[in-house]
Design a protein around this ligand. Structure first.
Ligand code: RBF
Length: 210
């Protein structure tokens, strides 16, 4: 028998140091106010609990949840090409991909600082896909939920880089607000915090040498 049951994510048994990690957050602009709360939660957990440097968190946005897997895959690949170019230095430090915005400034509603000289140029160690799907009166919700969850898992397994499923699939707006810790009663929990924690833990697992 357990005395008290705490629903949700338990912290890892040992401290998870994210100070050498570079993390990508891709979020939707559908249901933006709730999504922003979740993005802030993920950033907060990574920076305040796991020492991820704010300049090493890159934030990009897509229209809706259906676009999340494609963007995660594409931006991950770009970061890997850039990192390889940097390592070889064949281009005299000029990247073929410099026109692409990977500086963390493309998402005006989130306050990620622009890339600085201290920002890492390594490939992303983990990706967090964040979105909020709210059921309507047609079958659209079911199709998007299925496609997005399968797509996000596929990007992770195919790339070998962990991709966190930060997508709420809610029957009502109230459920979504509650799971972003934004409900009026203040009884909810911001799952973005769990996704930030999960990203650091999985990134360290990916980088682990046995
Ligand atoms: N995207 C979301 O991120 N959350 C939603 O709740 C959502 N609901 C949608 C409902 C309908 C009827 C449609 C047509 C699209 C919806 N989308 C939603 C957008 C979807 O993820 C995607 O951006 C578009 O279908 C374009 O590929």
């Amino acid at each position: 028998m357990i005395d008290e049951f705490h629903k949700g994510l338990e912290p890892a048994a040992v401290p998870q140091d994210g100070s050498n990690l570079r993390i990508l957050i891709v979020h939707t602009r559908w249901n933006s106010p709730i999504v922003q709360g979740l993005v802030e939660g993920a950033k907060k957990a990574m920076v305040e609990q796991h020492k991820v440097r704010p300049e090493n968190i890159v934030i990009e946005s897509v229209p809706g949840a259906y676009e999340l897997p494609f963007a995660a895959k594409k931006l991950l690949e770009v970061s890997q090409i850039r990192a390889a170019e940097g390592a070889n230095d064949l281009m005299g430090n000029v990247s073929l991909l410099d026109g692409l915005n990977l500086t963390g400034t493309s998402s005006p509603a989130t306050s990620t600082p622009a890339a600085t000289s201290t920002a890492s140029k390594q490939a992303f160690d983990a990706v967090i896909c964040i979105g909020v799907l709210i059921k309507g009166s047609t079958m659209h919700f079911e199709y998007i939920c299925e496609a997005v969850s399968q797509g996000i898992m596929r990007v992770g397994l195919d790339s070998g880089v962990p991709v966190i499923f930060g997508v709420l699939t809610c029957l009502t707006e109230e459920q979504a607000l509650n799971r972003a810790g934004m409900d009026k009663a203040g009884k909810g929990h911001n799952h973005g915090l769990d996704w930030g924690q999960g990203a650091v833990e999985m990134a360290l697992l990916k980088n682990r040498t046995l």
